[in-house]
Design a protein around this ligand. Structure first.
Ligand SMILES: Cc1cc2nc3c(=O)[nH]c(=O)nc-3n(C[C@H](O)[C@H](O)[C@H](O)COP(=O)(O)O)c2cc1C
Length: 197
């Protein structure tokens, strides 16, 4: 690891959780970051709290909160993620709703997640959105392109099947493993495609 990469790796990762379906992606991703020894700070939208309670149950929601070293109130613009001067390894919005995507690409900072993403784009820092919606209307499609053109990475919540997952847990673990590798982590045991033979 070169010295710049080493410096980057010491910074916390900012994880935003929004109200798209797929709270399990956030939970598995934070578990993997814990295994990697990566400090995570988290901000959840109001809708995310509702969807996480529904999809993970109260225990799962509490577990998610415990995996974060620090959790910010989504309505507070006076916390560090609201400033371009704060230092982060990267920001990951997981899962990312179409509502949050729309706000980000139009520069509308209605909450701390939108504002933090706005800062990442203006400072040209790594910003990844694990978007989830189906089907996609023309507004979603245009917003996805705008996000990519503004410097964000669209990393859709689309699990792969070529690893032949035997259950949901394996499927989600493989997906968050790929996300972690994309962010520069080395994930042990992640299947690597060796060709059909
Ligand atoms: C159970 C449930 C599942 C949802 N799934 C999605 C989804 O997959 N994608 C999406 O864009 N919105 C989804 N929504 C709607 C968002 O929660 C809603 O648009 C909300 O305003 C998003 O706000 P946020 O981006 O601030 O979290 C879902 C809502 C509920 C209650």
């Amino acid at each position: 690891m070169n010295s710049r990469a080493l410096q980057e790796s010491k910074k916390p990762l900012l994880v935003a959780v929004t109200g798209a379906s797929g709270a399990v992606y956030a939970l598995k991703f934070l578990e993997l970051m814990r295994e990697q020894g990566q400090e995570v700070h988290m901000v959840m939208s109001e809708a995310a709290v509702q969807v996480c309670s529904l999809e993970l149950g109260e225990d799962g929601l509490q577990r998610l909160l415990r995996l974060s070293a620090r959790t910010y109130d989504v309505s507070r613009f006076d916390s560090s993620p609201a400033s371009g001067s704060s230092r982060w390894r990267a920001m990951v919005i997981i899962p990312c709703s179409m509502g949050t995507l729309g706000a980000v690409v139009h520069g509308i900072s209605l909450n701390l997640i939108h504002r933090a993403a706005d800062c990442f784009l203006k400072e040209q820092r790594p910003l990844v959105a694990v978007v989830r919606e189906t089907p996609l209307n023309p507004i979603h499609l245009r917003n996805l392109l705008k996000f990519s053109q503004a410097g964000g990475v669209v990393f859709p919540a689309m699990p792969a099947f070529y690893s032949r997952p035997s259950d949901l847990d394996e499927m989600v673990s493989f997906f968050v493993g790929r996300l972690a590798e994309f962010l520069g982590f080395e994930v042990k045991g992640l299947p690597v495609w060796q060709g059909i033979d």
